[in-house]
Design a protein around this ligand. Structure first.
Ligand SMILES: NC(=O)c1ccc[n+]([C@@H]2O[C@H](COP(=O)([O-])OP(=O)(O)OC[C@H]3O[C@@H](n4cnc5c(N)ncnc54)[C@H](OP(=O)(O)O)[C@@H]3O)[C@@H](O)[C@H]2O)c1
Length: 322
């Protein structure tokens, strides 16, 4: 594994992290979830990305993660960085969603209970909710750190203006923003300004959905496989998002990957990490085989400038952003 320092901090992250958004919930096969998590840990992936609402059922990814920690990784807590988040819909009533102080503090307590932990390493505000003042949310994060429930804080998906304000507020309150998390892939480059800002301000940067939920794997070239995320009732990727322009672009990108002697997912992940300001890319996998495939992304050959410009030409086509 390769590790990079997270912004201007003393914390290193593996360039590949493992995310538990899909495939770790109560609807999923627990033994596969356990195998993936242990394979990741044995491969040097020491950072696991969760959120209160991951499942489904919401909360069950944290419960399963806690179970694996207790059953298989006893004694390894200090080798592992655990991240979780709050801000999306979680429990009934007006306090079960959004980025209010009430939601953030209660969510953290609930997540700690579900995982069986005394503290999380990183607690994120999962989103800017469009209403709650940034100051209210950031002060809640600061207080989680001061109360010992979180070691570091992060933000996820904040628009540029609010992102800047978060960094200012957190710095003024002696709790610098360790890391900022944004959707980023060959099919989504909208977060480039957020990366510029994070890097200037000393925050680490994490890319999520690096394979556009599977569209950058080649699996949809000949239709929608039955066991794929787009086909599953519980998957976040909709069938309607598997469009012809995306399929055609992934076909063209696959040809470049083949030339480079790697799979499309490997190339898509390596392409994100090619920018040294990216601290880590969060993998999502539904099998150990996929994880093994993606782990090889850090062993690919350097990109030539010709390959980079051909990739850029393909991904700047219309209709790809997801
Ligand atoms: N902050 C946020 O708001 C936010 C939002 C979304 C995600 N995240 C984080 O980012 C993590 C990753 O997101 P993601 O799951 O959307 O990532 P992704 O890499 O874009 O998609 C993962 C899916 O692609 C398919 N796949 C992965 N590797 C493959 C391979 N080698 N060959 C074939 N198919 C492969 C699998 O889908 P199949 O089911 O089709 O096999 C897998 O579940 C999440 O777990 C979460 O931790 C954060």
């Amino acid at each position: 594994m390769i590790y990079r320092y997270c912004g201007a901090s003393g914390i290193q992250l593996p360039v590949l992290s493992l995310g538990l958004w899909h495939n770790f919930g109560s609807v999923d096969d627990f033994s596969v979830a356990r195998q993936m998590l242990l394979k990741a840990f044995d491969s040097g992936i020491c950072h696991f990305d969760l959120a209160n609402n991951y499942g489904p059922e919401p909360g069950t990814a944290e419960e399963n993660f806690g179970k694996i920690l207790r059953q298989q990784l006893q004694g390894h807590r200090d080798e592992i960085l655990v991240s979780t988040k709050a801000g999306h819909d979680m429990w009934p009533g007006v306090y079960g969603t959004g980025s209010s102080r009430k939601n953030i503090i209660a969510s953290c307590d609930q997540s700690l209970r579900r995982m069986g932990l005394d503290y999380v390493d990183i607690f994120y505000s999962h989103r800017y909710d469009g209403v709650t003042p940034v100051e209210e949310t950031m002060q809640a994060l600061v207080d989680l750190v001061r109360s010992g429930k979180a070691l570091y804080v992060g933000i996820s998906k904040y628009p540029l203006e609010q992102q800047r304000r978060c960094y200012e507020y957190l710095r003024e309150h002696d709790t610098p923003c360790l890391v900022s998390q944004y959707r980023a892939s060959m099919f989504n480059t909208l977060a480039r300004p957020n990366l510029d800002l994070a890097s200037r301000e000393g925050s680490g940067f994490i890319c999520f959905s690096p394979l556009a939920q599977g569209l950058l794997t080649g699996k949809y070239l000949n239709g929608i496989p039955e066991d794929s995320r787009a086909a599953k009732a519980t998957g976040f990727l909709q069938r309607t998002q598997v469009t012809e322009p995306r399929i055609e672009a992934s076909r063209l990108l696959s040809a470049i990957a083949e030339e480079r002697g790697q799979s499309l997912p490997q190339m898509a992940i390596q392409w994100l990490l090619h920018d040294e300001r990216v601290t880590s890319v969060i993998l999502g996998t539904s099998s150990v085989h996929q994880l093994e495939d993606n782990l090889l992304s850090i062993e690919g050959p350097d990109f030539t400038s010709d390959q980079l410009s051909r990739i850029e030409a393909i991904i700047s086509r219309d209709g790809l952003t997801l």
